[in-house]
Design a binder for this molecule. Structure first.
Ligand code: COI
Length: 363
């Protein structure tokens, strides 16, 4: 298990011990050329669970972790993460977007994977203190953000197949641009599936991402950027796109698959549905059949398709491959709904428009 670091200068805030770095890496960051996942901020939070208790959360300089090769999470897949963002607003203040909704999903994911649930105060206070400490890492360019990566893995050193009795909770952060600004080509996947009924599709567990790599790699070899996942029973209904929820504009309505045990309850998905309704657009959360998309392309009633996720916000789709045919979406311009929604979200996050839904957790 994690051994408390020897503090060499510390301050206690709430119940989180903080040891600051004496050697910031901030100067190494090129904020004009950020790449998603490349830079990691100066500090991380670490907290261990053992004997039924989460104890002694600490914020320490970002560094490698020491762990046993037999840590259960490495073998049997008890790993869960969240993906969140902190934004710098126009007036310089910083907010963390929809902290509560992310926490609730984190809990559902942990419960599905039979893992110890991180108490809300450690999650919230840990993120708050960490972002505050590394506030100079929060980019100020619109669309850019400080990505926050809370995660838990089974840390018990034992190779018998069992539910772990020990866990480690870690949060690290890093400045990011938004992913996938250019429209992408996707392929309706009818051989592999992302999630099965009764499976873990709604949970943000590492295995869901690992299992998606092979089909995605195959789609790339065929000239596509991502797959459009279909349901695990008949490959008849569209579920998600790549590692995001997927939305369509059909007959002027914003349409997306309903939440289920095979769909991730995306925070961006929920935010865009809400903003579309605020703008007076009709939204529908209902099964979207592959055949309906084919039909809509033939009739010209589908005008937009896009992935929705925290990393990309929206990922415009320009081509959908269905049953041997590449269907093209009409050319996108700034007036398309997806860009209005993206701008609407950005305006709330930057403090340009009023946060009527209470989504910004202000530092
Ligand atoms: C997101 O869209 O934010 C994701 O879940 C992708 C993440 C794994 C980078």
């Amino acid at each position: 298990p994690f051994k408390p670091f020897k503090p060499f200068y510390m301050e206690t805030t709430a119940d989180i011990m903080i040891r600051k770095t004496t050697n910031s890496r901030l100067k190494e960051v090129d904020f004009d050329n950020l790449e998603f996942g490349k830079y990691i901020s100066d500090h991380m939070l670490v907290c261990d669970y053992a004997h039924g208790e989460w104890k002694d959360p600490q914020i320490v300089p970002y560094a490698n972790l020491s762990m046993s090769p037999s840590a259960l999470g490495l073998h049997y897949g008890q790993t869960v993460f969240e993906g969140m963002k902190a934004f710098r607003m126009h007036d310089g203040s910083i907010n963390i977007f929809r902290m509560d909704k992310h926490y609730d999903r984190f809990v559902r994911s942990l419960q599905r994977m039979c893992m110890a649930v991180v108490p809300k105060d450690i999650f919230v206070e840990g993120l708050r203190r960490l972002v505050e400490l590394d506030k100079d890492w929060v980019p100020s360019k619109p669309g850019h953000a400080l990505y926050l990566r809370p995660f838990v893995f089974a840390s018990e050193a034992r190779f018998g197949v069992k539910v772990s009795d020990e866990y480690r909770f870690v949060i690290f952060t890093g400045p990011v641009p938004s992913l996938y600004a250019d429209p992408i080509k996707v392929k309706v996947e009818t051989q592999y599936i992302r999630a099965a009924k009764g499976g873990t599709g709604f949970a943000k567990c590492g295995g869901n991402y690992g299992a998606a790599f092979l089909p995605t790699q195959q789609a790339r070899l065929e000239g596509y950027d991502q797959v459009l996942w279909t349901d695990g029973i008949e490959h008849k209904y569209i579920e998600e796109s790549g590692m995001m929820n997927v939305m369509f504009v059909i007959d002027g309505k914003l349409v997306t698959a309903p939440l289920s045990d095979s769909i991730l309850d995306g925070v961006t998905r929920d935010s865009l549905l809400t903003l579309a309704q605020d703008l007076g657009f009709k939204t529908e959360e209902r099964p979207v059949a592959v055949a309906e998309l084919e039909d809509a392309f033939k009739k010209g009633t589908i005008t937009e398709a896009f992935g929705a996720g925290t990393a990309a916000v929206v990922a415009p789709i320009k081509t959908i491959h269905i049953n041997g045919i590449d269907y093209s979406l009409p050319q996108y311009d700034a007036n398309k709904l997806q860009f209005k929604l993206k701008a609407g979200l950005e305006n709330i996050r930057l403090g340009v428009s009023t946060d009527v839904h209470g989504w910004n957790y202000m530092l």
